[in-house]
Design a protein around this ligand. Structure first.
Ligand SMILES: *[C@@H]1O[C@H](CO)[C@@H](O)[C@H](O)[C@H]1NC(C)=O
Ligand SMILES: *[C@@H]1O[C@H](CO)[C@@H](O)[C@H](O)[C@H]1NC(C)=O
Ligand SMILES: *[C@@H]1O[C@H](CO)[C@@H](O)[C@H](O)[C@H]1NC(C)=O
Ligand SMILES: *[C@@H]1O[C@H](CO)[C@@H](O)[C@H](O)[C@H]1NC(C)=O
Length: 837
């Protein structure tokens, strides 16, 4: 009987605790409160369809090792519901599987359901069929839209509930998001926007997930029970609209996206760390890096207006899943330093003082804890600050973190972790043996075309089944046309809403045009070789993805909308706009599924002397074996122009190395307010040369690689490369703050922390050579160091002795290690570059 009572009691406790966890996530003005504790949370965006399920565990582990508490992802509606009511949650779209992996790693999830996600993702995540629902208008007070949005949101919430994934059910999801960056739309459309956002919030809250909902960039009309949050490069001055909401940063931009035709943007980690420290010192308690791993826009998932296939985003984990150093390591050290301050941060508001020009101090002091942030906002000069009778050196544009209000363990501009130089290394087995197949030009007479009067909008016709749409018409030229005598050919003018266009006259390519980065519209205007009689005009229009952002982007057009005119005829100008046009959606090769094994065997391919080269509209295929090892792989496509790539039937993405990056790739300083145009690379080269090939898409042998090339390229220039670490560097000042051995310092076991240089090659590689070492006043940066006016002659000895042949090593940055002090009155540093092999 006693036993029975005990088991009943246990049962009762289990039940009551599972009902009390309903309230396990709450918040106040200071922070999110999880299981009764206010938390400073670091989060990172990893979008599940931008990598492969095989990559997920490692990405999540690297995020955890980088000091994150939370993984944030959008939910990609168009991937999950490709046609109405037909759902897909497998492979890269296995949302539940992804969330469960995060849970297994012991991290939380922030689920941004949207379902509008922007994200440089085709159509901002909306399925293309949604555009064709009668009377629909996206993201406003429109019944058909709201009904569809509610249905999908409920679908996702119910799925999470049935898998018990909300924190209120014992799962990892601690918060969700409804809509996305809606504030700017309210500014533009006013009342319908207000009504819609109120509706969206009430709809979401009504779903009873037991965890809070946020709306980001909702700068006005924040509905009750919704936390408004900030997105941007900096958010320290953001104030939540409600005094009882915590200050949260849902998108701390780690970099920026690349467009075909644009350079590659970078954001220095010193500035990113600086912005995060400033956010935290100003009452911030949640920071999400957008992106922590950007990944790849596989297949045709990249948004319109030339978003590149790579979505690397200069994130702490690179597109290939490797840590980007020093970004990953420096942020890890930042998180460690801030976590040491957590007790003070969550229990007090900061006291702010200004001890000098551009200097600022934030002190968080509670009964049992004290943490201080010392800031120097000057963009040029270092500063020495006296704080509580101690002196602190602050580099320009930096914050030092003192978890005990005494010892500085981290400065945002002093990087203690190593940096890496990566290389794309050609593989000996990387050469391919190609076969080619010519995509024929289509003409208006072809049987499977659809004919209509006038010019039709592209997506209206294709429903995004393909990037490609043929616009076909005939032009009759009388034998008495003047130009037939003079050979001064008439000018064809084609106006298109975008994004790229190939013009064929009687089956021959006459020209190619494509839109600019700021305006996708384009005009073809050139002499065309017409002959007497019927001429076949075939325009191949290409939509490079659907738009993802902008007021009512669902109404934006693509394709040849005209006018289309022919100038310099006897009659003057002939307008072809209203005449009969025929349409064909997609390529013949797409209809034949040439990207698959079975499809590709349905046609005759040319090889050897019959291999097509530098010819437009050509399909190429080859079989290859997977290279040994685990290094990430990529295709070097630099010899090609524009098109699409598949491996074993899976879409690698659009390639467009022919679109050369324009921009100013001048110097880049971390100091000063950052803009996405500030630190660029690749000007004058292909915006994207390498295309990620996921290892898990390969089998040991007989992999089918298919490339469709529009412009004409040289397939023999394509090669498979692996991404490896070329060299690693450390750049450490003596006396530089470090979180290492903090507990010894805190417990009084040591007086002062000694700065150390740590070097580590990736698993399976060892340090083979010290390319550069100088203790003194070395100059330059990783990859290009040189000795300065002061150099310890035993600099190399110390490193060679400790590091050669090791996978990792560390060396103290102190004079005795290098045979004495080469310049006693200067602040010295150690710069090292080591090779891994
Ligand atoms: C919150 O938003 C409303 C407008 O919706 C505005 O009037 C108010 O000033 C805002 N409050 C704060 C604290 O920003
Ligand atoms: C922190 O929050 C408190 C309470 O809202 C406020 O009084 C104070 O000004 C804030 N401090 C900073 C630096 O934002
Ligand atoms: C889109 O297609 C519909 C018929 O399906 C047609 O009525 C409409 O004119 C088309 N719009 C454009 C811009 O081509
Ligand atoms: C270092 O500075 C001190 C005092 O400023 C000076 O006496 C000494 O000569 C200097 N030493 C060297 C090596 O420059």
């Amino acid at each position: 009987m006693l036993l029975h009572t005990v088991s009943l009691l246990v049962f009762f406790l289990v039940c009551s605790s599972s009902s009390s966890v309903t309230a396990s996530v709450s918040y106040d003005d200071k922070a999110f409160i999880i299981n009764g504790q206010r938390r400073i949370l670091f989060s990172g965006s990893i979008h599940y369809p931008r990598s492969t399920p095989e990559m997920w565990p490692d990405l999540i582990q690297k995020a955890k090792d980088g000091g994150l508490d939370v993984i944030q992802t959008y939910v990609f509606w168009n991937g999950h519901e490709p046609s109405p009511g037909q759902y897909y949650f497998d492979g890269r779209y296995d949302l539940v599987g992804f969330i469960k992996l995060v849970q297994q790693a012991g991290l939380y999830v922030h689920l941004r359901i949207g379902p509008y996600v922007c994200a440089e993702w085709s159509f901002g995540g909306f399925p293309v069929w949604l555009k064709f629902v009668p009377d629909i208008a996206f993201r406003t007070d429109n019944e058909p839209f709201k009904a569809a949005m509610q249905k999908f949101t409920e679908k996702i919430v119910n799925m999470m509930k049935s898998e018990r994934l909300f924190e209120s059910q014992g799962g990892p999801i601690i918060m969700s998001q409804i809509e996305n960056e809606y504030g700017p739309i309210i500014w533009e459309i006013g009342d319908p926007g207000r009504a819609y956002s109120k509706w969206a919030a009430e709809m979401a809250v009504g779903l009873g997930t037991g965890v809070p909902w946020i709306m980001c960039k909702q700068d006005q009309d924040v509905p009750d029970k919704i936390i408004d949050t900030c997105n941007g490069f900096y958010c320290e001055n953001f104030k939540p609209n409600k005094s009882y909401n915590p200050k949260m940063w849902t998108e701390a931009w780690s970099g920026w996206y690349t467009k075909f035709g644009g350079p590659i943007p970078h954001r220095p980690v010193e500035d990113l760390a600086f912005s995060v420290a400033r956010f935290i010192q100003n009452n911030g308690s949640f920071v999400n890096y957008y992106m922590y791993h950007g990944g790849t826009n596989f297949g045709r998932t990249a948004a319109g207006r030339f978003i590149a296939t790579s979505y690397d985003f200069d994130a702490p984990i690179d597109e290939y899943g490797l840590p980007r150093e020093p970004k990953w390591g420096h942020l890890r050290d930042l998180h460690k330093a801030i976590k040491l301050c957590e007790p003070a941060l969550v229990s007090s508001y900061p006291t702010v003082t200004w001890p000098g020009k551009n200097l600022e101090v934030h002190v968080f002091k509670s009964t049992s804890a004290c943490a201080a942030f010392l800031a120097n906002y000057d963009t040029k000069s270092s500063a020495t600050m006296t704080f509580q009778n101690m002196r602190y050196d602050l580099p320009p544009w930096s914050v030092s973190i003192l978890p005990d209000c005494k010892n500085s363990v981290f400065n945002t501009a002093r990087i203690s972790s190593q940096s890496s130089q990566m290389k794309m290394e050609p593989l000996s087995t990387g050469a391919f043996s190609w076969q080619s197949y010519n995509e024929e030009t289509v003409s208006a007479d072809d049987s499977d075309t659809l004919s209509m009067d006038g010019l039709w909008e592209q997506v209206n016709v294709t429903r995004d089944a393909s990037d490609y749409l043929w616009y076909l018409t005939d032009v009759n030229i009388q034998p008495d046309e003047g130009f037939l005598q003079t050979a001064r050919y008439p000018v064809l003018i084609v106006m298109s809403a975008g994004h790229a266009l190939h013009v064929f006259i009687n089956g021959k390519l006459s020209g190619t045009v494509y839109g600019g980065l700021d305006n996708p519209k384009l005009t073809f205007s050139d002499n065309v070789k017409l002959r007497a009689g019927i001429n076949k005009i075939s325009l191949l229009s290409i939509a490079v993805g659907l738009p993802n952002v902008g007021l009512h982007f669902e109404t934006w057009n693509a394709g040849v909308l005209g006018p289309v005119t022919l100038k310099d005829l006897n009659e003057g100008t002939r307008d072809l706009t209203q005449q009969k046009w025929s349409y064909k959606v997609g390529l013949k090769g797409e209809a034949l599924s040439l990207h698959t094994i079975s499809g590709s065997s349905s046609v005759e391919w040319g090889q050897g002397s019959l291999l097509a080269q530098k010819q437009p509209l050509t399909w190429y295929k080859t079989l290859f074996n997977a290279p040994e090892g685990n290094d990430p792989l990529a295709l070097d496509m630099n010899s090609m122009g524009k098109g699409e790539i598949w491996i074993n039937g899976k879409g690698i993405g659009r390639h467009w190395p022919g679109y050369i990056a324009e921009g100013n790739c001048g110097g880049c300083s971390y100091a000063g307010t950052f803009k996405e145009t500030q630190c660029l690379s690749n000007c004058g080269e292909a915006s994207q040369r390498w295309y990620h090939v996921p290892r898990s898409w390969l089998k040991p042998s007989g992999n089918l690689l298919v490339v469709f090339e529009e412009w004409g390229g040289d397939p023999t220039g394509i090669s498979l490369v692996r991404r490896r670490t070329e060299s690693i560097c450390a750049d450490i000042f003596e006396g530089q703050p470090t979180t290492e051995n903090w507990h010894k310092l805190a417990s009084g076991k040591v007086e002062k922390l000694q700065a150390k240089a740590h070097l580590g090659c990736p698993p399976g590689q060892k340090i083979s050579n010290i390319k550069f070492a100088s203790y003194g006043l070395p100059q330059g940066k990783c990859g290009s160091y040189w000795e300065g006016s002061c150099h310890a002659h035993k600099s190399y000895d110390a490193l060679e002795r400790n590091c050669i042949g090791q996978q990792s090593c560390s060396v103290s940055v102190a004079p005795e290690v290098f045979g004495g002090d080469p310049c006693p009155n200067s602040t010295k540093k150690l710069s090292v570059e080591a090779l891994c092999s």
